[in-house]
Design a binder for this molecule. Structure first.
Ligand code: TPP
Length: 375
């Protein structure tokens, strides 16, 4: 395995000292090392991966230095526009290193939403004519690898990718892994909410562990999965899926969103407010973190998601920081005319033995559509 300090020092030796991106479970050890060894101005987690390309471009404009951005390959799509129309050698020509976590690498078992992405990833890089180098445990001389990559970015004066295989970086634990004071876990909050819903209500849950917890709740309660849409990929888009269902169904639709997800495509809140379906109910499970991929911080405890939603035209917004507050506000939230939003502040973390859906996305879709289209 590659030691984080050796990789980081090699980057430093090549004058790379600006890092931004959206976290990935495969890069979580390196991200944690970055957090412990950089200032808050040198390492910034952005709202989405495209924003990281733009942010890094601004850094380059002001410093003439080469930045590094990092992302899971699921976020590659978010980067394509700014990679091709901003940083590309044929446009503004911004040299940068783009470190991509290779989920779904062929031959390595992964979840359905990662398989095709992993299979076509390098073809996408080829298609956008972005050079890339593979980083895995077969790389013996890390310093030479990093120097070669940075030299390439400078030579073409454009973005160059490093595609990182699973288990490449050695384990690294954040020195000060702050956990918020909120008593409820996300899973407890999800159980609380689902306990209160009726068998007519539709649930659209966000990417990562929240959807796994919704799935496990149904299994545990011996209920079917027909009322749920688990957004296993497409981070940040659950609310628009829910909007599409809500505007075309008479059922109440509950979007169970994450703070990292809602921030990733926050403009969607305005579209919900403008269309204002009264059966749209948005719940933000705010743990101030990208919990599903390692618990890296989001900005969600520094902003007010309910106030933003209100300004976007939601009818009523609520927030709760404890089980008592949640119990007190939930009925009011249920009775409120939509679109309404309830932020539930929770602590980060999940059960070690949290399972994964046993049924496929296609099966899940079929069951849900059967319910929705026979109304
Ligand atoms: C476009 C994209 N970028 C990154 C990821 C990797 N990813 C999966 S879940 C997740 C964190 C989600 O955070 P949040 O919405 O706050 O939910 P939490 O896991 O904290 O409950 C990330 C970054 C992804 N799946 N898709």
């Amino acid at each position: 395995m590659i030691k984080n300090d050796i990789f980081f020092d090699s980057l430093k030796n090549n004058s790379i000292d600006f890092f931004s991106g959206v976290p990935d479970s495969l890069l979580k050890d390196f991200c944690a090392y970055l957090t412990d060894n950089t200032t808050s101005k040198e390492h910034i987690i952005t709202a989405n991966e495209g924003a990281a390309v733009a942010f890094a471009s601004g850094y380059h404009l002001a410093t003439n230095k080469v930045p590094l951005i990092y992302l899971q390959n699921s976020g590659l799509g978010n980067t394509i526009n700014p990679l091709l129309s901003l940083a590309d050698p044929e446009v503004y020509s911004i040299p940068m290193i783009v470190m991509v976590g290779w989920r779904g690498e062929p031959g390595i078992q992964d979840e359905p939403q990662h398989r095709k992405q992993g299979r076509v990833q390098n073809s996408i890089l080829d298609a956008i004519e972005m050079p890339y180098f593979k980083l895995n445990n077969g790389v013996n001389d890390v310093s030479e690898f990093v120097s070669k990559t940075v030299a390439k970015a400078k030579e073409i004066n454009g973005p160059v990718a490093i595609v990182v295989s699973k288990n490449t970086f050695a384990p690294y634990k954040l020195l000060d892994d702050k956990v918020s004071e909120y008593a409820l876990t996300r899973e407890e909050a999800i159980s609380f909410v689902l306990d209160k819903l009726s068998s007519d209500d539709i649930v659209v849950s966000t990417t990562g562990k929240p959807s796994r917890e919704v799935y496990e709740y149904r299994v545990h309660n011996k209920e079917g999965h027909q009322n749920d849409f688990l957004t296993v990929g497409s981070m940040g888009h659950s609310s628009q899926i829910a909007l599409g269902v809500a505007m075309n169904s008479n059922r109440n639709v509950f979007c169970l969103d994450g703070d990292g997800s809602v921030i990733m495509h926050m403009g969607s809140l305005g579209v919900i407010g403008a269309n204002a379906p009264d059966n749209f109910k948005h719940i933000i499970l705010n743990n101030g973190a990208h919990d599903s991929v390692g618990g890296q911080p989001t900005i969600a405890f520094d902003i007010s998601i309910p106030s933003i939603a209100k300004a976007c035209g939601y009818n009523q917004v609520f927030t709760s920081s404890s089980k008592d507050e949640l119990s007190n506000r939930f009925q009011e939230f249920l009775n409120a005319k939509g679109p309404s939003l309830l932020e539930i502040k929770v602590k980060k973390g999940a059960r070690k033995d949290l399972g994964r859906p046993k049924s496929t996305p296609a099966e899940n879709k079929k069951e849900l559509m059967k319910l929705l289209t026979t109304d």
